[in-house]
Write a protein that binds this ligand. Structure first.
Ligand code: GLN
Length: 470
């Protein structure tokens, strides 16, 4: 069984035609995990026993002819998505021993399909980061080059799939955390439309920005997994009403060169232009567009996201959940529990968020950021209303970087320059493999990002498949 070529779609066919069983498929992945994950560290915990039992149950279901798209497919889940009875730590000491008492809605959906859950994957602590270096349990390495990061925060979910240790995985994306690791490991990563996938049971980072989405080897796989996890959920107040995803044959692609051209490394830009050229040859019309406010997205994001972080993480106080340090009075319990339970990046953002929301400063920072967010949104809406079906950019300014290379937090934040505007606006975006560049003699993948109007995920898949073919 060649796991390096295994996709969700191909595994589905082989399982249904009984070319191999889910038990055999699962064993192959468990073996790969044992052999490789010592050096990659994609997983924080693996579940051999239950995975085998789920595979057996899936085989019985397949034999009875009652098959769903994920029946018997081995999948990995990011450590911030709840699975009843399992630890969900968000890669933080704060929740190291926290056992989820219920399933996230996406978990319920994939369980119902009969998927095989292989384990929970490493991530930046509370999904804050772009390299998985901020995990409290040690970093994940990029399977393409283990001296480099796999991106983040869903770095474990990306490395599990890129390292052939899962068929597909789920991650979460608040400012790029699915697309950036997909870009750095050569995968397809989708951030769905805000509200399309339920956030119920996702440990919140920035509630107005977060979305769960798939990391897969192909666009076809991304579509399958997306269709399983999407849908209205009464338990998420921001969930969109059910509707068919909108389809339209995309023809016109907008290219906002002034947004990205100056910030991207030369050979990454060349790879991007090559893909653009092939889209043109495939019959798309390319149109230069301007998104003058988009470059401010990063500044806006690093006000709004920490503000929401400081609120969301307020519940982790040493009393209600998780890590707790006993002390003489309640204030000291809070201070010591939070001071020792949270890592430096989390503390930095809680401080920043508390500051931008504080009485004296919220007008100058938080309210202004909200106003600029509305402007960015308007620019995207106007672009799409002017007859553009999709917008494209490189996913990241550069390929995978070395451990420790971005120890300055602001350098790390700059990784997200092309991905955060879509979370601020709520539109769907996908990163598909967009060629390779060479660093120190190693070929490293770079991503090609496609952005569509709200609920037009099908446009992303259509163009994504053309990029794949190019
Ligand atoms: N890298 C970004 C951050 O650090 C995005 C994180 C995410 O999408 N979860 O906030």
């Amino acid at each position: 069984m060649d796991l390096s070529k295994m996709t969700l779609v191909s595994a589905r066919i082989s399982l249904d035609t009984k070319e191999f069983s889910s038990v055999e498929l699962t064993e192959a992945y468990l073996k790969a995990m044992k052999e490789k994950d010592g050096s990659i560290h994609a997983y924080l915990e693996t579940w051999e026993t239950s995975a085998r039992a789920e595979a057996k149950a899936a085989d019985a279901r397949i034999a009875s002819g009652d098959t769903a798209p994920l029946t018997g497919i081995p999948i990995a889940i990011k450590d911030n998505i709840l699975i009843e009875g399992r630890v969900a730590s968000a890669a933080s000491k704060m929740l190291e021993n926290y056992v989820a008492s219920y399933d996230a809605t996406v978990t319920t959906k994939i369980k119902k399909e009969g998927a095989v859950l292989l384990g929970r994957t490493n991530m930046d602590e509370f999904a804050m980061g772009s390299s998985t270096e901020s995990s409290a349990f040690g970093p994940t390495r990029n399977p393409v080059d283990i001296s480099r990061v796999p991106g983040g925060s869903s770095g474990g979910s990306a490395a599990a799939v890129a390292g052939d240790m899962a068929v597909a995985s789920l991650g979460s994306d608040t400012g790029g955390s699915i697309r950036q690791p997909a870009s750095l490991t050569g995968l397809v990563g989708l951030k769905p439309t805000y509200g399309e996938v339920s956030r119920f049971g996702l440990i919140a980072l920035g509630s107005s920005l977060d979305q769960i989405g798939p990391l897969t080897k192909t666009v076809a796989d991304s579509r399958v997994l997306f269709n399983v996890i999407r849908g209205h959920d009464a338990r998420d107040s921001t969930s969109l009403p059910d509707s068919e995803t909108k389809t339209a044959k995309p023809k016109v692609i907008g290219v906002p060169r002034s947004f990205f051209a100056s910030g991207v490394e030369q050979d990454v830009l060349e790879q991007f232009e090559k893909k653009l050229e092939s889209l043109k040859n495939a019959g798309y019309e390319l149109r230069d567009i301007e998104l003058p406010t988009a470059p401010y997205g990063l500044a806006v994001y690093y006000i709004i996201m920490p503000a929401e972080v400081s609120t969301n993480l307020g519940r982790l106080d040493g009393i209600r959940y998780g890590h707790s340090v006993q002390a003489e009075d309640i204030y000291t319990v809070y201070a010591k529990s939070r001071g020792t339970g949270f890592g430096p990046e989390v503390r930095r953002r809680v401080l920043l968020g508390t500051f931008v929301l504080s009485a004296g400063y919220s007008d100058a920072y938080y309210r202004k950021a909200k106003a600029v967010r509305a402007l960015i949104r308007e620019e995207f809406v106007n672009a799409f209303e002017s007859g553009i079906d999709a917008i494209v950019t490189p996913t990241t300014p550069s390929p995978a970087f070395k451990f420790g290379e971005k120890s300055d937090p602001v350098a790390m934040y700059a990784e997200d320059i092309f991905s955060v505007p879509m979370n601020l606006v709520g539109v769907p975006a996908i990163s598909v493999p967009g060629g390779v560049v060479t660093r120190e003699g190693v070929q490293l993948p770079v991503g090609f990002q496609i952005i569509a109007p709200h609920r037009f995920e099908e446009v992303l898949f259509a163009i994504g498949e053309d990029v794949e073919k190019a």
